[in-house]
Design a protein around this ligand. Sequence first.
Ligand code: LCS
Length: 400
Amino acid sequence: MSEKRELKFSTIAVHGRKHLDKHELGRPIRSVSTPIFMSSTFAFENADHGARLFAGEEEGYIYTRIGNPTTQALEKEIAYLEGAEVGLAFASGMAAEAHTFLGVCGAGDKIVSGDTIYGGTHALITTVLPRFGIRTQEVNFCDLAQVEAAVDERTRVLFFETPANPTLGVVDIAAVAEIAHRKNALAIVDNTFATPYLQNPIALGADAVIHSATKYIGGHGDCVAGLLAGKKDFVDRVAHESLHEIGGIISPFNAWLLLRGLKTLPVRMDRHSQSALEVAKYLSFHPKVTWVSYPGLKTHPQHELARRQMRAFSGVIAFEVRGGREAGRRVLDTCELCTVAVSLGDVDTLIQHPASMTHHTYSKEALAAAGISEGLIRLSVGLEDVDDIIADLKQALARL
Ligand code: LCS
C-alpha cells in the first residue's frame, strides 16, 4: 500500500502486530524456553525468495506441515538424545508408525513385527497395511529363530517393542539388528517404554527408533504425539514421501510440551524405575498375586538381557491376581489412588486391563499367542510417593 492512510478496525485486528514498535519485535529475545511458533505459514521476503525455498535452493520456513521452528527444535533434540542423525515429529505414536511404514514400504513389501505390541499397532499391522498390499507377519521377537524364518527377500522392516506392551517381554536389539542387516532390512525399535534415557537402540545397531511421545517423553498425560529418529536418508524419505503428503504432523504447541517434558526425563525415569521396582517386589511376594512381569525382577525371563541393554527398567508392571479376569477387574474397581485409565508414563499411576482395553483389537488366539492372559493387569507406576501407591494396591488386594 503506497498511499498512507488510516487502516480500518478489521484490518488492524488482523495486522495489529505490524503497528508494534519495530524495536520491540526485532530485538533479540533470548528466551530460556523455546518459543512456540503457532504459525501455519511463514512470509517470504518476495516472490523470488518463496520460489527459492520451494525449489530447495535456500533453507527457510514455508508452511508448518513441512517445517516449523518449534517442531524442528524438538526433532533436533530427539535425534541428539537417541544418537540419531535426524528426527521427525508426528501427531501421535500411531501416526509415526503409519507414516514410517508407508514411507518405506509399497505393495508386495513385507513387515515382520513383534506379536506383543500395542493393540493399535497390532490393528495397523494386521488389518490396515494389508489393505494396501503390504504383507505383514507377527512373530515372537524373544525367539530369534521365528524372526529369521519370517524374513523373506521383500522384507523391508523388522519392527518390535522392547520392553513390549503389555507383557514387558524384552527383545535382544543387537541380535535383531544383525538379522535385519544380513537380510537387507531395517530394524526399527519402538522405544516408548524405555525412552532414550534408559535404552539407546541405535547404539545397539538398530536403524531407527519410534516413540509414542504421549507417554514418558511428554510425561504429564497432557498431549498425544509421536517421534521418529534415525539416519538422514531414511527419515528424509519418511518426511518427503509420507508425512508431508499425508500430513499427520504435530502441533507446534505439543512439540513445545515435549521439549518441556524432555528437560525432566532423566529425573522422572529414575523415579518411575525406582518406584516400579519396589511395587513389583511388593506384588511378587503378595499371596493373592499369581505372577508379576517386570524386567527389573530376577524372575523375569530376560532379566540379564534387560540389564545389559537398559540403564534401569522403567515404570510399567504386568501382573495377575488369583481369580483371573474377574478378580483383576475388582482390583481396578477398588483402587482409590491409582487411576483406571489407558496410556502410561504419566505422573499419575494408571491401571488398566489390556485384554478388554488397550489390546481389545487382538483376537482370543492372538492374545494367547502374545502371552497376554485374560487376567493380566497393567500398572504404570507414577510419581506419587511409592508408599501411597503400595498402600492403595494393598487395600484393593485385601478386598478380594
Ligand atoms: N507404541 C507403543 C509402545 C504404545 O504403547 C502406543 C500407545 C503407541 C505406540 C501408539 O501411540 P499413540 O498414538 O497412542 O501416541 N499405547 C497406549 C497404551 O498402552 N494405552 O493407551 C495408548
